[in-house]
Design a protein around this ligand. Structure first.
Ligand SMILES: Cc1ncc(COP(=O)(O)OP(=O)(O)O)c(N)n1
Ligand SMILES: Cc1ncsc1CCOP(=O)(O)O
Ligand SMILES: [Mg+2]
Length: 207
């Protein structure tokens, strides 16, 4: 079986961002070691989500990278993605597992050990754990859990823990030391002046 990717790029579809160009740049560096999660803004239409996901899925297939879809599992199924990711406001994990089937990759968001264990028991195959640090990318997040919070979740579960929020290449060593399998990033790539160099820095810190 393929090792689960340590670097997860989440698309940034806010105005002025270029999600496909960033995905192409990252795939050129990390290729099959990358997971790309298609995430659109809440007010995007399903058609917009589908069109972006279909293009990302095609790019990932070419690079043999994993393609995941955030929230909208019908879009994941429609484009033939490898799986999806759900959080507290999305389908419950057991329902998401039923939608995606037994073999799909299913991620769930967790910030503390009890919910992390519950998500795994309900069928999550990896956990997105955070917010690890403060971030300006998403509003309304709770207080960051820090490396100690990531470590507490990592100790509690046997599935890969993917740290999220405010992750930079410089922070990867402490997250890995805390037991994180890998990281998920939006801003570290989408706001980088050079996404190729930024991917190299993240990937070098992870391998
Ligand atoms: C890898 C990963 N971790 C956490 C999240 C956040 O999911 P959620 O809490 O449902 O928030 P939205 O991303 O849907 O706004 C994620 N997407 N990926
Ligand atoms: C979608 C999401 N969920 C928790 S933090 C976050 C965004 C993280 O973005 P960044 O990597 O730019 O801090
Ligand atoms: Mg969600």
């Amino acid at each position: 079986m393929r090792p689960f990717p340590r670097l997860h790029l989440i698309t940034d579809t806010r105005p002025g961002r270029e999600p496909l160009a960033v995905v192409e740049a990252a795939l050129g560096v990390a290729g099959e070691h990358l997971a790309v999660q298609v995430r659109v803004e809440d007010d995007a239409t399903d058609r917009e989500a589908y069109e972006l996901a279909a293009r990302v899925r095609a790019l990932c297939a070419e690079a043999r990278a994993i393609c995941l879809v955030n929230d909208r599992l019908h879009v994941a199924l429609a484009v033939g993605a490898d799986g999806g990711h759900v959080g507290a406001l999305d389908l419950p994990v057991d329902a998401a597992r039923r939608v995606l089937g037994p073999y799909a990759i299913l991620g769930a968001t967790a910030r503390e050990p009890a919910t992390a264990r519950a998500a795994v028991d309900a069928g999550a195959s990896y956990l997105g754990v955070g917010p690890a640090y403060a971030t300006r990318t998403k509003d309304g997040l709770p207080t960051p859990i820090g490396v100690e919070g990531v470590a507490a979740v990592a100790r509690a579960v046997g599935v890969p823990v993917i740290a999220i929020a405010g992750v930079t290449a410089e922070r990867i060593p402490e997250l890995r030391a805390a037991g994180a399998h890998g990281v998920a990033v939006i801003g570290a790539l989408s706001q980088a002046p050079d996404p190729v160099e930024a991917t190299k820095a993240l990937w070098d810190a992870l391998r």
